[in-house]
Design a protein around this ligand. Structure first.
Ligand code: CUA
Length: 206
């Protein structure tokens, strides 16, 4: 029988299931169920799926909260755009704004401390991708995502936008610093950085 010619027996669907066919259906079903139950399992034991909270918020309210943190805890600025680098107290709420085409501000966190990382977009959809970690979080306008994170390695990370957001998408890159516990940041020559160094992965310099 082929799909071009009509079946030789018109009522073909009454034929008993072939054993091979039945076996494959069973294998596929078992595999589907395995993957289905891996989703909650991996969330609890896999150490890579984030437990997030999300709240409705306006761009104005979110940028106000971010500005308050920046006003209090800025330790230096970077690039010619004078992006503030913020070192908030260990364990506090930290805020990042995603907008066309910038991450703002730059966070400096302490290793081994849990932070509540807030992310929201001022305009369109962006995505917070932390390199070289395997972390990717969608950043949505109108919503404030809150993620409890504990940095485990000190160094300089890159933040990349991973959601196509227009003509400047590829320039939407930034840094995130993790310093050793209790170590504050003081002014150093990174304020002279030009934008180019942002693209490099410089983890491990500490
Ligand atoms: Cu923001 Cu792509």
């Amino acid at each position: 029988m082929s799909s071009i010619l009509p079946p030789s027996t018109r009522v073909w669907w009454n034929q008993p299931l072939d054993r091979v066919e039945g076996t494959w259906i069973a294998i596929a079903l078992i595999w589907c169920l395995a993957m289905f139950f891996m989703m909650p399992y991996w969330h609890i034991f896999g150490k890579q799926n984030l437990s997030n909270e999300a709240y409705r918020i306006t761009a104005e309210a979110y940028s106000k909260k971010t500005q308050e943190m920046v006003d209090k805890f800025t330790v230096r600025t970077e690039t010619e755009l004078k992006v503030p680098v913020v070192h908030p107290p260990a364990g506090s709420d930290v805020y990042m704004i995603a907008r066309l085409w910038q991450w703002w501000p730059i966070l400096e966190l302490e290793k081994g401390q849990a932070y509540r990382l807030h992310l929201s977009s001022m305009d369109y959809m962006h995505s917070f991708s932390l390199q070289p970690e395997n972390l990717n979080i969608q950043v949505v306008p109108g919503y404030e995502g809150v993620y409890t994170v504990t940095p485990t390695r000190a160094g300089k990370y890159s933040v990349v936008c991973n959601e196509f957001c227009g003509i400047g998408h590829h320039t939407m890159v930034s840094n995130l610093y993790v310093v050793e516990k209790g170590q504050g940041s003081t002014n150093d020559d990174s304020a002279k950085d030009n934008g180019n160094s942002e693209h490099k992965n410089e983890r491990g310099e500490k």
